[in-house]
Design a protein around this ligand. Structure first.
Ligand code: ADP
Length: 306
C-alpha cells in the first residue's frame, strides 16, 4: 500500500499515523452504492474528509487485497484511483477497515468517456508494476476477492491455463458443490475447460486488469475525469475488462472508440467475450443463487455446440 504494508490495530491509530496525533472522527455519514461493505464519509477533527469502508474483522483480507489492487493500478501511472491511506482492524468496533482519500464527485468533462477509454488502454499497455515469479507472468502476488468470494491468483505461465485453473475451475467446483449444476451442466463446463485453447487466445502481452470493471466501479472526480475503484486486480488478458464493462449494458460508445483507437483488440474478441462473462456469471451464481443459472447455461450451450 502507499502507506506501507502496515496493518493498523485500530482506526484511531491509523488516523493518528496519517493525520497526526489527536486526529479523530467528528462526523460519520453513510454512503450508498456498494455491494458488500459498509461505506462512510468521515469528517475529521482536522477538517479532512476521508472514505472508510468496513466489514467484519475476519474480512481484513478484503481490504488488504483491495489496497494492493488500487496501489498496483496507481503504480501504472495511467488512470486515477483514490489514494489508499490505511488498512487495519479495530477490535472495539469489531471491524476491518480500509481508509482512503474521499473522492468529491464532480461533473463529467465532455470527453470523460474518451479519456476513460484512452487511460484504460494505457493501463493495459503499461508494464504491470509487480514482481511476478520468473516465467509466470499471469496472476497476482496474492489472492483477492471478486464480489465477496475468493479469487485465486496463483501465478501461471500462460493465460489460457490461468483462466481455466484460477478462474473457471474454482467457480465450477463451488457451483457443483452447492448443487447448482446438473450433470449435463457439469459435463459441458468440463468440456469447455478441457478445450479452452480452441476458444481463447494468449494476449499480446500480460496486462494489469481492474478485474471487476462494471459501471459501479468507476467514479468521476472533482476535475471531471475518471477514477477506478473497488478492483479485483490481477495480471491477465485485457479483454476481461472490456467484457465486464459490457456485461450489464456497456459504457458509452465513446469509451470503446477511444480504447480501440489507442489499443486495438485482437480479432475475434466477440467470440471470446461470453467466456469471460461465464466466469462472472458463475461467480454471481455462487454468490446470489440460481437466478444466474440461465445465463451460465446459455454460455455453456453456446460453446458445447461449437
Ligand atoms: P463495495 O466494496 O461495498 O462494493 P464500493 O467500493 O463500490 O463498495 O464503494 C461503495 C460506494 O462508495 C461506491 O459506489 C461509490 O459511490 C462510493 N465510493 C467508493 N470509493 C469512494 C471514495 N474513495 N470516495 C468517495 N466515495 C467513494
Amino acid at each position: 500500500m502507499s502507506g506501507g504494508e502496515k496493518v493498523y490495530g485500530s482506526l484511531k491509530e491509523a488516523l493518528n499515523a496519517v493525520f497526526g496525533e489527536g486526529a479523530e472522527v467528528r462526523e460519520r455519514r453513510a454512503i450508498h452504492g456498494g455491494d458488500c461493505n459498509d461505506a462512510r464519509l468521515l469528517v475529521l477533527s482536522t477538517g479532512e474528509r476521508v472514505f472508510l469502508k468496513s466489514n467484519n474483522s475476519k474480512n481484513l483480507c478484503f481490504f488488504t487485497a483491495e489496497a494492493r489492487g488500487l496501489d498496483a493500478i496507481a503504480g501504472t501511472e495511467t488512470i486515477a484511483t483514490p489514494k489508499v491511506l490505511a488498512v487495519g482492524t479495530d477490535a472495539a468496533q469489531g471491524m476491518a477497515f480500509l481508509l482512503m482519500e474521499f473522492v468529491e464527485e464532480g461533473r463529467r468533462r465532455a470527453d470523460f468517456f474518451e479519456d476513460f477509454g484512452r487511460n484504460l488502454a494505457a493501463m493495459h499497455k503499461a508494464q504491470p508494476p509487480l514482481q511476478m515469479p520468473a516465467g509466470k507472468p499471469f496472476g497476482f502476488d496474492e489472492d483477492n476477492i471478486i464480489g465477496f468470494r475468493p479469487q485465486c491468483n496463483t501465478p501461471q505461465s500462460d493465460w489460457i491455463s490461468f483462466f481455466r485453473d484460477c478462474r473457471l475451475a474454482p467457480q465450477v467446483r463451488d457451483a457443483q458443490a452447492a448443487g447448482y449444476l446438473s450433470k449435463e451442466d457439469y459435463q459441458q463446463a468440463d468440456a469447455v475447460m478441457t478445450h479452452l485453447d480452441r476458444y481463447l487466445i494468449e494476449p499480446e502481452q500480460p496486462a494489469l486488469v481492474h478485474g471487476d470493471l462494471w459501471g459501479g466501479n468507476y467514479m468521476c472526480g472533482g476535475d471531471g475525469s475518471v477514477l477506478l475503484i473497488d478492483p479485483a486486480a490481477y495480471i491477465g488478458h485485457r479483454e476481461v475488462d472490456l467484457a465486464m464493462s459490457q456485461m450489464f449494458g456497456g459504457f458509452s460508445a465513446a469509451f470503446y472508440r477511444a480504447y480501440q483507437e489507442a489499443y486495438p483488440l485482437q480479432p475475434g474478441y466477440e467470440d471470446r467475450r461470453p467466456l469471460y462473462d461465464l466466469y462472472q456469471m458463475l461467480n454471481h451464481l455462487n454468490q446470489f443463487g440460481t437466478s444466474y443459472l440461465g445465463s451460465v447455461r446459455r454460455i455453456l450451450a453456446r460453446y458445447a455446440s461449437a
